[in-house]
Design a binder for this molecule. Structure first.
Ligand SMILES: [Zn+2]
Ligand SMILES: [Zn+2]
Length: 226
């Protein structure tokens, strides 16, 4: 099993998965060229990608979708025999996914970003996940401090959208979900560059997905080759 995050955050989201003979991406929120480069850095040829899961229609998640449809024919989008979708609560229709893995021992992967809260049926879908990739967008205190700061970079309405039920998950909401699901591996995704504190998150012991860095979540093939 191999899982690599190729980048995460408002500038783009893309995660590579390989298990049980399947190989696919969840979200393609960078340019095709950029995804090609990042896949090459982990030894994957972009033309081998024939399956993509898309969470929703924002460009930080689907930027390269049309190019994939043209160049990686035939491409399968959100195939239900590989992953199950559940609905989230965002400004546009948005899905999270779970994937059952049987390769070595049974694992279950959960993936959710871009939701204002975790709806009850999503919590149910994520039960027994051993690997969880979850949005941890902002620290509520930092966000409110930034909102009322004199040199605030964004209009107050943008801050209100982030914390709304159709916005993004805070660190606190992510932690609540993690303590309920209790996965072995947790990767925190879609971190805000302005409204979060990475140092604090590092102390929580979870893997942090950087905006512009390829990050290994798990790679059992690599462990075998050592
Ligand atoms: Zn997003
Ligand atoms: Zn979005």
């Amino acid at each position: 099993m191999r899982i690599y995050n190729l980048g995460s955050g408002s500038s783009g989201n893309c995660t590579y998965f390989k298990f049980d003979g399947y190989e696919f991406l969840v979200d393609v929120g960078f340019s095709y060229k950029e995804i090609k480069k990042r896949l090459a850095s982990i030894g994957v040829d972009i033309l081998d990608i024939k399956t993509i899961f898309i969470t929703h229609g924002h460009s930080d998640h689907n930027r390269a979708l049309q190019t994939f449809k043209k160049r990686n024919k035939p491409i399968s989008i959100n195939p239900p025999h590989i992953g199950r979708a559940f609905s989230l609560n965002h400004s546009v229709p948005c899905k999270g996914f779970t994937f059952e893995v049987h390769e070595i021992e049974d694992e279950k992967i959960g993936y959710l970003t871009d939701t204002g809260y975790v709806p009850p049926f999503a919590v149910h879908a994520l039960e027994r996940c051993s690997i969880l990739i979850v949005e941890s967008n902002h620290n509520e205190e930092i966000l409110f401090t930034n909102k009322y700061a004199e040199d605030s970079r964004m209009p107050a309405s943008i801050y209100d959208n982030i914390v709304s039920k159709k916005g993004h998950l805070s660190n606190r909401q992510a932690e609540e979900l993690i303590s309920f699901v209790r996965p072995k591996i947790v990767a925190l995704a879609h971190l805000s560059a302005h409204n979060n504190n990475e140092q604090q998150l590092k102390h929580s012991g979870h893997l942090i997905l950087q905006q512009n860095e390829v990050t290994k979540i798990i790679d059992t093939e690599e462990e075998e080759s050592i």
